[in-house]
Unconditional design. Structure first.
Length: 136
């Protein structure tokens, strides 16, 4: 939360760098949003901070991407195989488990305050948000 607060207040912060294969944070790097009226925090855990961002007045919108589970499975598997993140058998097994868990993940994200929507709708809403905020 402190990193998001720094980005919102100062336009810059040190952000974590993760090694997916190692499943952990390995470093930090400077990140700036200077000149941008808004920034997007995304990821599987983004919904975990929706309520706190709302409480601090930092939230412009919170969305959970709703798309066909099969498409998500194929995209994730193609990405992970091309990046050689883990052995193919592990990636397939993990992908199937995530495919099965996706409805529960979406329910959890919406329960934490994110609004489920398809990609086009999210892009339209974000464009509307940006249009309503002048550059810093």
């Amino acid at each position: 939360m402190e990193t998001i607060d720094q980005l919102a207040q100062r336009g810059r912060a040190d952000v974590p760098v993760y090694a997916i294969g190692a499943d952990r944070r390995v470093a930090t790097r400077p990140f700036e949003v200077t000149g941008s009226p808004l920034f997007i925090a995304e990821g599987i855990f983004a919904a975990e901070i929706v309520e706190e961002c709302r409480r601090r007045g930092l939230l412009a919108g919170a969305y959970a991407l709703r798309r066909p589970r099969g498409a998500t499975f194929v995209r994730r598997l193609a990405r992970d195989l091309s990046e050689q993140r883990k052995a193919p058998k592990v990636l397939i097994r993990r992908g199937v488990a995530l495919l099965r868990a996706e409805p529960a993940v979406l329910r959890r994200q919406t329960g934490l305050g994110a609004e489920a929507a398809h990609a086009r709708e999210i892009l339209r809403r974000v464009a509307d948000l940006v249009a309503g905020h002048p550059p810093r």
